[in-house]
Design a protein around this ligand. Structure first.
Ligand SMILES: [Zn+2]
Ligand SMILES: [Zn+2]
Length: 358
């Protein structure tokens, strides 16, 4: 038997560990129905920080990384419709059971059995990753690898708008200027909103500045009373829709305070707390609709790729790319919010002397 090819993978080795390890592991082989990808880019997200600190369930030893794009390297037996060299992204809903009431409703992304790459099975912070072929989506020719590397957060946003569609010409307030907030503002605009405002705190000044450069109207939440400003700019009516991406009690109150009667709020922000105070009487008085959105639906992926292909939402300005070997800097920059979105590049191209930026 020949020795397995080894590759680098960024792993959590055991529950209780607070450190990741860049380890040498055997490269995967494609089992029946699965494919092996050469990973192009893999995004670091807040969930990865939670996984490191055991604040999100994981099955170590496991390679992290649930947001990635890659090129098919090897096909397992029985895989049809795909070929080596195809550029793809992958829904992270591996090991969903296909038989529970949620899977049968077409909601495999909410299946209790699912074990995603990056926490349930080995993920994309590695040179190669093995995934089920039925979760792949083809990357359109007009979408480059970097944009495709950001398809997952965009699919998360599209899923939120499946829960709470944008009405043509409506006023949409987005709370929280992280990558999801900025992508939400871009998507709301692409979906036909009349006015979109992104709200953030001065601690996120760099992110607000970037959003403004992308043409998004931004409000600094310490410079104004957000609810008051929302009422003022809508001639006392209140905004039609709010998307909450920050997970903080203050933002939830601002959102409900900004809505018109029978306005709608969609919640994407994950709170670190099991309970947060909500201005319940105000929500009742406004007769608001609130929808919570979790994970990404099957239909959101091709929709996200279509938005990328049209250039309707271009996430590339959000990205800072690090070599896999520089993962510590990438995680530190994510934690400190120095960057909007860090992506790891497991197989960097040869260095270009004219451009030291990776
Ligand atoms: Zn994520
Ligand atoms: Zn299921």
């Amino acid at each position: 038997m020949k020795a397995p090819t080894m590759m680098k993978a960024l792993r959590k080795l055991a529950a209780g560990d607070r450190e990741l390890v860049l380890a040498d592991v055997p490269a995967p082989h494609a089992r029946p129905g699965w494919v092996v990808l050469d990973v192009g880019y893999a995004g670091i997200c807040g969930t990865d920080l939670h996984i490191v600190h055991d604040q999100f369930p994981s099955w170590p030893p496991v390679t992290l990384g649930h947001e990635f794009t890659g090129t098919i390297r090897e096909l397992g037996d029985g895989v049809e419709g795909w070929a080596a060299g195809d550029r793809v992204v992958c829904e992270p809903h591996s090991l969903a059971c296909a038989t529970c009431h949620l899977c049968r409703r077409g909601l495999a992304h909410l299946c209790a059995q699912k074990r995603s790459p990056g926490w349930g099975i080995d993920g994309g912070f590695a040179e190669q990753v093995s995934v089920p072929a039925h979760l792949l989506h083809a990357v359109p020719e007009d979408v480059d690898d970097l944009a495709a590397g950001l398809a997952e957060p965009l699919a998360i946003v599209v899923t939120a708008f499946e829960r709470m569609p944008v009405q043509p010409g409506s006023t949409v307030l987005v709370l929280g200027p992280g990558p999801i907030g900025i992508l939400t503002a871009l998507t709301a605009t692409a979906a036909g909103a009349g006015r979109v405002v992104l709200v953030g705190r001065p601690s996120s000044a760099a992110r607000l500045e970037l959003a403004a450069k992308l043409g998004i109207e931004v409000w600094n939440s310490t410079r104004c009373d957000v609810a008051e400003a929302a009422y003022e700019c809508t001639r006392g009516r209140g905004v039609d829709q709010v998307v909450e991406t920050s997970g903080t009690a203050g933002a939830v109150a601002q959102g409900l305070g900004s809505l018109r009667r029978q306005g709608r709020m969609c919640v994407l922000g994950v709170s670190g707390e099991p309970q947060i105070p909500v201005p319940w009487a105000l929500a009742m008085n406004r007769a608001v609709d609130v929808a919570f959105s979790l994970s990404s639906s099957w239909s959101s992926w091709d929709a996200a790729l279509a938005l990328l292909a049209r250039g309707a939402a271009d996430p590339r300005p959000l990205a800072t790319v690090f070599a896999l070997s520089d993962w510590e800097q990438a995680f530190a920059a994510t934690r400190s919010r120095e960057v909007v979105k860090a992506l790891l590049r497991p197989t960097p191209p040869p260095p270009d002397p004219r451009n030291p930026q990776r």
